[in-house]
Design a protein around this ligand. Structure first.
Ligand code: XMP
Length: 326
């Protein structure tokens, strides 16, 4: 609509004025905020923007293809796709503590990003999808004592050693405004209304040590769950269960249990399904998904993902449980 059109025109003018003819780099994660920031900055300065998309080996199924299709192929954004999965998985080998895993993933990301940005010698600006609630939250975090339950690593928080000026065009916007802006800029609603995905990705959804085989199984199980949530419409609201939940995903449990398949006995891994409803992610209720939906997801995962023979549903609220399992 015209209000959003005016907003875009103003934001574009401001970005052009700020950066002039300088080059800008942006870490594109595939999340809503960095995607909308990329689309907006690209609208303003086109090829002066280069995005860096890092595949850490812990992304959802086909995520890298989806991001490259959307930004590089459809929108003509310059995106450097770095496949660093071996580097990340190598560094994670033998590590099972959740916070240690988060630190490694955060550290490797910074390293990869620094290496890539060093190749863009002319870049003067680092763009980030910081939104207003992030600004408030980090202001609060400074004044509070360090009572971190989990350290959060996002694309943000890159070190000052990059010597780049910060470009944060979403700093004044709330999440719903960022989404509306994304749609107005032409991003598909399915991307703009996605559930949040943690920076450490599947690294905190594979309990204990992360292995490539586990990640591959989990990616497939998770994709089945998400596909069925999107496909199942609640008759009362007319909405599908993906939109009726705030976050939903599968978790890989590296324990084996016995099952039967045909005439044979199986001894395979377990997947837990997690779906929550929440306003602010500080507290959350487990989602009362229909039994038919849960049954279908369970059957499909067990039949289609060899190596998983049992599916369970997490019925824990936050608190006392957290949304993620690690
Ligand atoms: P918890 O598990 O703490 O999660 O109830 C609350 C929200 O935060 C997300 N989360 C993370 N996001 N890096 C992130 O970028 C992290 O390390 C991280 N840990 C949790 C989680 O997905 C949920 O939306």
């Amino acid at each position: 609509d015209w209000v959003m059109g005016d907003y875009i025109a103003e934001a574009v003018a401001k970005i052009r004025e700020q950066v002039g003819s300088d080059e800008v780099i942006l870490g594109l994660s595939g999340g809503v905020d960095s995607s909308v920031a990329a689309a907006l900055i690209h609208r303003a300065i086109g090829d002066q923007l280069t995005c860096v998309f890092v595949d850490n080996g812990l992304l959802r199924l086909n995520e890298a293809d989806m991001v490259m299709d959307m930004f590089a192929r459809n929108m003509g954004v310059k995106v450097i796709h770095v496949d660093a999965s071996e580097q990340f998985l190598g560094k994670l080998a033998g590590v099972s503590d959740p916070e240690a895993k988060r630190k490694i993933i955060g550290r490797e990301f910074v390293e990869v990003f620094q290496t890539e940005s060093a190749k863009l010698a002319n870049a003067k600006w680092l763009a980030q999808g910081t939104i207003y609630p992030d600004v408030i939250e980090s202001a609060g975090a400074k004044s509070k004592k360090a009572t971190t339950i989990k350290s959060h690593h996002n694309v943000g928080g890159l070190p000052d050693t990059l010597h780049l000026k910060l470009l944060e065009p979403l700093r004044e916007l709330f999440k719903d405004e960022v989404r509306a802006l994304g749609v107005a800029l032409g991003l598909p609603p399915s991307m703009v209304y996605r559930h949040p995905f943690p920076g450490p990705g599947l690294g905190v959804r594979i309990l204990g040590e992360v292995k490539k085989d586990y990640a591959d199984l989990l990616r497939r199980a998770d994709a089945i769950f998400i596909e069925e949530l999107r496909a199942t419409v609640d008759e009362n609201s007319g909405k599908n269960w993906y939109d009726l939940t705030s976050q939903a995903f599968a978790v890989f449990l590296p324990v084996k249990s016995v099952g039967v398949m045909g005439d044979g006995r199986t001894y395979d891994y377990v997947v837990a399904l997690r779906a929550v409803q929440t306003q602010d992610f500080m507290t959350a209720h487990w989602a009362h998904l229909p039994y038919e939906l849960l049954g279908k997801v369970s059957n499909r995962i067990i039949n289609e993902v060899r190596g998983i023979n049992r599916v369970v549903y997490d019925v824990s609220g936050k608190p006392p449980a957290t949304i993620e399992w690690e």
